[in-house]
Design a protein around this ligand. Structure first.
Ligand code: COA
Length: 183
């Protein structure tokens, strides 16, 4: 499976996008600050992320879940991950967007891009660059991140040591442009 590595500097110009709907609410959960996942964020993955954050597996304390709600209904979710074992290609000042999901009947309305713009604003003072790592076969996701102004910096793969995907790392092998590995 080919993995595509995308990146965007966040210091520069803002992503132009539709606003988050006025009847929706953005919630932020950061385990290093808020502790164990609260009711709205209580899912197995978040308990694992909370554990990883508690034992300081991440290079920085910025692991975050951003969710958008209309009353009790989850409209969108994404996570922001610092450098850690699985993402050795990142630098310490970098963050990565991941696990983006928009509720199926809310798709195509600019919600995910609005969530990414909100994430950029939220981290503008703390992160220089954002990464996005995507399976080349996920065409919607590829189109989506390109629409957010992210640039392809290389291709690679997810390793599976001893056949164990959970121990895998994302390896950036081939820079998309000549002139050496991406800086
Ligand atoms: C990928 C995903 C999060 C996009 O959410 P969304 O809220 O529908 O995205 P947006 O409405 O903000 O779309 C922004 C841009 O992405 C692109 N895009 C989104 N859906 C697309 C589709 N079905 N086909 C082609 N391009 C698409 C378009 O360029 C769009 O901009 P435009 O509407 O101005 O043309 C959503 O489709 C999803 O949850 N997919 C399943 C989970 C997944 O694959 N997540 C990504 C892997 S981490």
């Amino acid at each position: 499976v080919t993995i595509l590595f995308y990146r965007r500097d966040v210091g520069g110009e803002e992503l132009s996008t539709a606003a988050i709907p006025t009847d929706a609410t953005v919630r932020i959960w950061r385990p290093s600050e808020h502790g164990f996942p609260p009711r709205d964020s209580l899912r197995v993955r978040n308990i694992i992320w909370w554990g990883f954050s508690s034992v300081r597996l991440f290079a920085r304390r910025d692991f975050t879940e951003l969710t958008i709600w209309r009353e009790d209904r989850l409209l969108h979710r994404l996570i922001v991950t610092p450098r850690w074992y699985r993402f050795p290609f990142m630098e310490r000042g970098d963050l990565q967007l991941g696990d983006l999901w928009t509720c199926p009947n809310e798709r195509g309305r600019g919600l995910a891009r609005a969530a990414v713009a909100e994430t950029h604003r939220h981290f503008a003072a703390r992160a220089e660059r954002f990464w996005y790592v995507v399976d080349a076969k996920n065409e919607v996701s590829v189109r989506f991140i390109e629409s957010c102004g992210y640039r392809l910096v290389g291709t690679g793969e997810r390793t599976s040591p001893f056949g164990l995907r959970a121990l895998g790392r994302f390896r950036l092998d081939t820079p998309a442009f000549s002139g050496g590995p991406p800086k």
